[in-house]
Design a protein around this ligand. Structure first.
Ligand code: AMP
Length: 192
């Protein structure tokens, strides 16, 4: 198996790049944000609980997210590999992921960090809010909170993987195809 984490702040382009990467490298896309939005749409108890956190730009509790990832693994037993998008977002999630992958006798191959200026992030998110229909995209105050939560709770995850020498930082500014090229170059090198 070959497993990748696409890492970066809200608005850095993880969703867009993930769609392209899973197709090119035949990976299963695991976006905890997408899974949570589906739960909300289906009005499940998990979805109802998650919505109150998401609407404020806060993180959904670790045990909820980890349980969801665990079930997703069970649904994709034959996967050649996973692309994790928006997960892990805390060090506790990263440790839980390591344990889950160890049980499958595999590990994270590479963590790719998309690097984008903060003002560019806010402007992308506010623009996305005009068309995405996502309640957490509409309000600039929620956007700023999401960036703060990223710095406080999620950036330590990058340090966790840096220790394991798995991290590569990529310039996430510019057009979608150029960024995709940058990501692919690093993945191809790692896969050789
Ligand atoms: P995303 O689509 O990845 O930007 O996620 C949207 C929102 O879902 C986030 O702002 C969080 O409230 C929640 N969320 C998604 N993934 C996670 C995660 N791994 N841990 C906690 N909350 C998450």
């Amino acid at each position: 198996m070959f497993n990748l984490i696409l890492f970066g702040p809200p608005g850095s382009g993880k969703g867009t790049q993930s769609e392209k990467l899973v197709e090119k490298y035949d990976l299963v896309h695991l976006s905890t944000g997408n899974l949570l939005r589906q739960e909300i749409k289906d009005k499940t108890p998990l979805g109802i609980e998650a919505k109150s956190f998401i609407d404020k730009g806060q993180l959904v509790p670790d045990e909820v997210v980890i349980g969801m990832v665990d079930s997703y693994f069970d649904l994709h037993k034959g996967a050649k590999g996973f692309l994790f998008d928006g997960f892990p977002r805390t060090v506790a999630q990263a440790k839980a992921l390591d344990n889950l992958l160890e049980l499958k006798k595999t590990e994270i191959g590479k963590v790719l960090i998309l690097d984008v200026d903060e003002e560019e992030l806010i402007s992308r998110l506010v623009n996305r809010g005009k068309t995405s229909g996502r309640s957490d995209d509409m309000d600039e105050k929620v956007q700023r909170n999401r960036q703060e939560v990223y710095k406080k709770e999620t950036l330590p995850v990058a340090a966790y993987y840096t220790k394991a020498k798995k991290v590569a930082s990529i310039n996430g500014m510019g057009n979608v195809d150029d960024i995709f090229e940058r990501l692919s170059t690093i993945i191809d090198k790692k896969m050789k």
